[in-house]
Write a protein that binds this ligand. Sequence first.
Ligand code: GAP
Length: 436
Amino acid sequence: MRQPQPDLMDKLVSLCKRRGFIFQSSEIYGGLAATWDYGPLGAEVKRNLKDIWWRSSVYERDDIEGLDAAILMRPETWMASGHVSSFEDTLIDCKSCKKRFKVEHVTGKACPECGGPITEPRQFNMMLKTHLGPIEDAASLTYLRPETAQGIFVNFKNVIDSMRRKVPFGIAQMGKSFRNEVTTKSFTFRSREFEQMEIEFFVKPGTDEEWYQRWVDERFKWYVKFGIAKENLRMRRHEKNELAHYAKACTDIEYQFPFGWSELEGIANRTDFDLKQHARLSGKDLEYFDDETKERYIPYVIEPSGGIDRSILAFLFDAYREEEVKGEKRVVMGLHKSLAPLKAAVLPLLRNRPEIVELAHKIADDLKKRWMVRYDDTASIGRLYRRQDETGTPYCITVDVDSLTDRKVTVRDRDTMKQDRVEASKVKEYIRERLE
Ligand code: GAP
């Protein structure tokens, strides 16, 4: 198990900025708390993560459809889901320093930071509000969705009818969610704008517990498959008093972050709560008719709900390594190859030899047709390797003087640092075999 490394957070935040993974939002104005921008390489990691989730959830399964619902929804949605009445935190304000704390973070009768006087606990709804249309009044009030799940529930009938689906089946969706979080430390872990990857899996009541367990196991394996060390993951079943208002059971997949074990993804048995509520408030029939057994029922729902930003943070932490090579420190982002932003870098050893530059460009241009690849000749080879190691690039290809006669190039593996001499015309195939 990983030893606690208190400075790992600082190291990762610094690497993310230095190498273009993640920046503070609105940084030039002093930053906007708990919102983050993905830089050129972070944006690529995010695309890759979404791609592997979508592939394993939608393409590789026969029982899940994809969906991309709007962020803005009718306000009744949030009344039905319970978010208007129960999506709340109990908060205490400090009258002196004006900071706001969750009630569980205040132990005495004074501000935990400045010792000043505090208010009584107050309820605070975490949904971000906005108004649609020209007039800002109660009738135009709506919310930025705090979870993607409700977009799925309100489309349950549309998907079942258009795709002629039979229960059990699921709907998968990724996208932005917004929460006016109070505790916002720990980098991207708890953001006010973030992305979720959620599946609502509809099952026959009575089969829900079996499906729930299947999904817990499935999702745990997914994180391991894409590179998180098993010993840094655990499952934690919620106690009855921790369960959300809609859930009969919930298991969190937790990751051992440098600041402690924390939730990566929750798998909940949401019962028939949401569909029943939407049927009640909309007046629409959301029952499912099983034409084989002639039964009519509201399906139960198993929901694996993960955070895209939070997963990226865990994948980055788990990938970060410091090694000593020939007396020098090497920092490597050992990301799973499918998540690595750049798949290869082409590094000509002499940038003033036109034939070397030409061959290097030819190789890079060919690889770029398939993957994100960088051509870099801006430093010595040692520095270029270090740069690519920190970025997590699985393969570095160097073109040297010998390449002009033997038409071979050197391919260096990020993890083993082993170098292979490969025919220039076969580099793409060499990399494809190893990446795919
Ligand atoms: N639909 C169920 C739902 O939204 P949740 O446990 O509130 O459940 C699911 O959120 C996942 O979304 C969490 O496990 C986490 O990965 C991510 N998440 C929730 N709030 C977040 C935040 N403020 N910042 C980043 N990720 C967040």
